[in-house]
Design a protein around this ligand. Structure first.
Ligand code: SF4
Length: 296
């Protein structure tokens, strides 16, 4: 069996930055430290920070003292304002590329556009963007829901969740342009997402099977599995090595592995080693691993 590791995979700049900020805050301060929501959407990372004594909540009302860390996905400006009014020391680890999305939404709202954001309204990032002005920001979860969008008087801006599919965004943008009279399009998909999607588009069609390592809550990991499936290569999204089933490897000669932007490299390497062991005990003569990772 041959295992190919995708060129662009795993931690992105924004995720590394948020985790470092949380760890540095813990190292510097002695009081209570709480992360609002998940620092990044990966169960291993969340557990590691909890073990280092950093708490977590989804409800600002439950935090009355100490330091509040804003996760990589950001929150609406109102949440930060409320936290400061409560006297909390706020450490904002919002990814700068999520901030680009907030600034775009704010720019268009101030100029009286209705903003349609292509993404899942239950995701933390989208809740933050919608919080700028819930009346003027509409989420479009999938292209099929386009016909459910309301009639809109005046100008429309179309932007995207940072981890959206590039191909789906372009398709949705054309349809939004056709539906409304005056539409401005700003693609706010981040570079790390583009690189990981380009990389799986290059790798998946040559593989018998793709494994995407990432938590089920990670939007960009889900997207990678969908892209592989669309390209015709079956894909499984797994949180960690314990979720691999040995029968997945039956008849697989070329296996591709990639990882979402919030997945630590050690989790990926654990998966590689488990697959190596399973393949050898299942009868594979050899297991070769090819890794051309570049940082990004
Ligand atoms: S995936 Fe993109 S937007 Fe999200 S944290 Fe990474 S760089 Fe930032």
């Amino acid at each position: 069996m041959k295992i190919y590791l995708a060129k662009a995979r795993g931690f992105c700049m924004g995720v590394e930055r948020s985790i470092s900020m949380a760890e540095e805050t813990r190292a510097k301060l002695t009081g209570e430290i709480t992360i609002l929501n998940e620092i990044v959407h990966n169960n291993s990372v969340v557990r590691e920070l909890e073990e280092k004594g950093i708490g977590r909540t989804t409800d600002l009302d439950g935090v009355d003292q100490g330091t509040l860390i804003i996760s990589a996905h950001g929150v609406s400006p109102n949440v930060i304002k409320r936290a400061r009014e409560k006297g909390l020391n706020v450490v904002d680890s919002t990814c700068p590329l999520v901030t680009v999305l907030h600034k775009a939404a704010d720019y268009f709202i101030k100029r009286d556009f209705t903003v349609i954001v292509f993404g899942n309204e239950n995701h933390d990032e989208m809740k933050g963007v919608k919080g700028h002005n819930p009346e003027k920001v509409i989420c479009l979860k999938k292209i099929d829901s386009l016909e459910d969008l309301p009639e809109i008087e005046g100008r429309v801006a179309f932007i995207s969740q940072s981890t959206q599919s590039m191909e789906a965004f372009d398709r949705a943008a054309r349809l939004v342009e056709a539906k409304y009279q005056e539409v401005r399009i700003k693609n706010t998909i981040c570079d790390a997402t583009r690189q990981r999607q380009t990389s799986i588009l290059d790798l998946a069609p040559r593989m018998d099977l793709m494994i995407v390592v990432g938590s089920p809550t990670s939007a960009n990991s889900q997207r990678l599995a969908q892209i592989s499936q669309k390209s015709g290569t079956p894909a499984y999204l797994i949180d960690n090595a314990a979720e691999i089933k040995s029968w997945w490897l039956d008849e697989v000669e070329d296996l591709g592995i990639t990882a979402g932007a919030s997945t630590p490299d050690w989790v990926v390497m654990d998966v590689v080693e488990s697959i190596r062991t399973m393949a050898l005990s299942g009868g594979a003569a050899t297991v070769e691993v090819f890794d051309e990772k570049y940082e990004g």
